[in-house]
Write a protein that binds this ligand. Structure first.
Ligand SMILES: *Cc1c(COP(=O)(O)O)cnc(C)c1O
Length: 421
């Protein structure tokens, strides 16, 4: 079945009441039939609900449905996008290991990999997403993950997914792709050789800026890559924290299984059933919304490109953009989501525009149905000097837009008056 159909039906079987909407199972725990049932659940002899930190029927629908859209085998929902990213890395690497990351990353992912993971003894080595060939020189026998974004936020680049996964597969290394901005509607990295995808559900999945959440998806057949792979001994040897369970010996998707039984159990960043329910509502309209976000962003990008006060427009859907070829190759119908940025003369000009818009809210978020304007140099990147700003692709005159679902005509008219105010 098509993605749009699965987005409405996958993973949910109606209960005895015939409930059309997926019920919110707001509960902490679940009653066992008897002592044997309880013992079987803990021993994985039978699968079932134990405690909502580990599993929940509403979250289960969200996980099954999202895994299906992404073309994966199984998923694990978490309380935020950042916890999904941390779990994906911590499930593969430990102290003494290293990970290889694209330089073009979400701000939180940059601080996580460069600073926080360092304190856990995991070293991050960085490569330019436009130069996948440079990855090979960074690999050694302690490399456990190659991590990058399919459509990067905030630099708005498109990764050559196959070039990166081919190098990773040659060395038996896991690839983790943050697919938040592209969403499974536009891009499915698992179909291009990636092993795991991670998402912030707080963006396009919820779609209306309603809730924080994350999800991690594992590809079909990942077991074969992990089985006997010396890099991932912890999947092949008994887990003494789980009565000697060997993950590759269980007929269940091993990456999400270990992330659930070990990381979610011990670190506890579980999704609230209510938030899982909100994400299910968002998924029902995701493919419609992404088409509209993308069409609006392309129209605005084309308008901006024609305006004399705009120095440069970054949108992979424009033929003039360096990422155009990758976007055509990896994104459904070449659509590129609602994220774009543009550069005006200097800091003062940018601040004037940000203050003059009426329809765009000054917010540090993306993927809302309402349009958002952000000025990185005065907010998220304010600690950087002018030369540092230029080095990381965020000059002081750069403005980022997350195009919402207002009419393109109104979005362009408001931007025009702001540019000319
Ligand atoms: C927002 C975002 C995150 C972090 O997600 P949270 O849900 O805010 O924790 C990670 N990656 C990308 C690309 C994002 O845009």
């Amino acid at each position: 079945m098509d993605l749009q159909t699965r987005a409405l039906h996958e993973g949910y079987t109606k209960d005895s009441q015939g409930t059309m909407a997926v019920p919110i199972y707001m509960t902490t725990a679940y009653e066992f039939r008897d002592a044997e049932h309880a013992a079987n659940l803990f021993a994985l002899k039978e699968l079932g609900n134990i405690y909502t930190r580990l599993n929940n029927p509403t979250t289960d629908v969200f996980e099954k449905r999202f895994a299906s859209l992404e073309g994966g085998e199984a998923a694990l929902a978490t309380s935020s996008g950042m916890s999904a990213i941390f779990y994906a890395i911590a499930n593969a690497a430990e102290a003494g290991d290293n990970i290889i990351c694209a330089r073009q990353l979400y701000g939180g992912s940059l601080t996580l990999t460069a600073h926080t993971l360092k304190r856990f003894g995991i070293e991050a080595r960085f490569f330019d997403v436009h130069n996948p060939k440079s990855i090979e020189a960074l690999i050694d026998d302690k490399t456990k993950v190659i991590f990058f974004e399919s459509l990067t936020n905030p630099s708005i680049d498109v990764a050559d997914i196959e070039a990166i996964t081919t190098i990773a597969n040659k060395h038996g290394i896991l690839t983790v792709v943050d697919n938040t901005v592209a969403t499974p509607v536009l891009c499915r990295p698992l179909e291009h050789g990636a092993d795991v995808t991670v998402h912030s559900a707080s963006k396009y999945t919820t779609g209306q800026g309603l809730a924080i959440g994350g999800i991690l998806v594992e590809r079909k057949g990942l077991l074969e890559k992990l089985r006997g792979n010396a890099r991932y001994a912890h999947f092949n040897e008994p887990d003494h924290s789980y009565h000697g369970l060997v993950y590759v010996d269980v007929p269940l998707p091993p990456f999400t299984l270990r992330a659930r039984l070990s990381l979610l159990r011990d670190l506890g960043a579980a999704s609230s059933p209510f938030n899982s329910w909100l994400f299910i509502q968002g998924m029902e309209t995701l493919s419609l919304r992404i088409k509209e976000h993308s069409a609006n962003a392309l129209a605005l990008a084309q308008f901006l490109e024609s305006h004399p006060k705009v120095k440069k427009v970054n949108y992979p859907g424009l033929k003039s953009n360096v990422n155009y070829a990758n976007a055509q190759k990896y994104f459904e119908n070449g659509a590129c989501s609602g994220l774009l940025s543009f550069e005006v003369e200097n800091l003062d000009a940018a601040i004037k525009i940000v203050n003059a818009t009426k329809l765009y809210s000054l917010v540090v978020n993306i993927g809302d149905s309402k349009s958002i304007i952000t000025h990185p140099a005065s907010t998220t990147h304010q600690q950087l000097t002018e030369s540092e700003l230029i080095a990381c692709g965020v000059p002081s005159g750069l403005i980022r837009i997350s195009c919402g679902l207002e009419s393109a005509k109104d979005l362009i008219a408001d931007m025009k008056q702001a540019l000319e105010a």
